[in-house]
Write a protein that binds this ligand. Structure first.
Ligand SMILES: CC[C@@H](C(=O)O)C(=O)SCCNC(=O)CCNC(=O)[C@H](O)C(C)(C)COP(=O)(O)OP(=O)(O)OC[C@H]1O[C@@H](n2cnc3c(N)ncnc32)[C@H](O)[C@@H]1OP(=O)(O)O
Ligand SMILES: [Co+2]
Length: 135
């Protein structure tokens, strides 16, 4: 895996948290995006080589809504950038990790994503992501 691409933070109110993180990081949010398949609205900040992704649930069925219900707001996942998500999924599967989808899913900010179950990773939800390359 290449580097930490982003840290995902579950928040209750995206607009309030955008204001907060703009002040905290002293940089503007560069993008907001709804990902309907994940039932989330997201906001992104660049912090050097890495990013912060704020996530607000758009449905009670969302992983973010369930997480906040159980644990409250806070760090929800760590995302690692990979060159070849299919190869990395196969490698992780062969190493015995439980992947949360059989194929990559559409993520935010021009990425394909796949998650590793937190029960296999010391209670931390891991996302792997690959940049979508357009021809
Ligand atoms: C915007 C798109 C994308 C991007 O481009 O960046 C994203 O980041 S999307 C982010 C939101 N989507 C996801 O998180 C998808 C993957 N997650 C899941 O599939 C589920 O959340 C889950 C991890 C399988 C858990 O779902 P479920 O089993 O239905 O929920 P429970 O509430 O019953 O939890 C079971 C168990 O797991 C613990 N848990 C849940 N979430 C996390 C987490 N983020 N980090 C650590 N642990 C987590 C939860 O506490 C339960 O533990 P126990 O109570 O001990 O059983
Ligand atoms: Co993410």
């Amino acid at each position: 895996m290449n580097k930490i691409e982003h840290i995902g933070i579950a928040v209750k109110d995206l607009n309030t948290s955008i204001d907060l993180y703009q002040k905290l990081l002293n940089t503007d949010c560069y993008k907001t995006e709804q990902v309907t398949t994940e039932f989330v609205n997201t906001a992104f900040f660049k912090t050097g080589e890495n990013k912060v992704e704020l996530l607000q649930a758009t449905s009670p069925e969302s992983a973010i809504a369930k997480f906040i219900e159980k644990k409250g707001e806070g760090i929800h996942h760590i995302a690692f950038l990979v060159d070849d998500i299919l190869a990395e999924m196969e490698r992780l599967h062969n190493e015995g990790f439980v992947l949360l989808s059989d194929s990559p899913k559409k993520g935010a900010d021009n990425k394909m994503v796949c998650f590793v179950h937190p029960k296999d990773t010391n209670g931390v939800l891991i996302e792997i992501c690959q940049e979508i390359k357009w021809l």
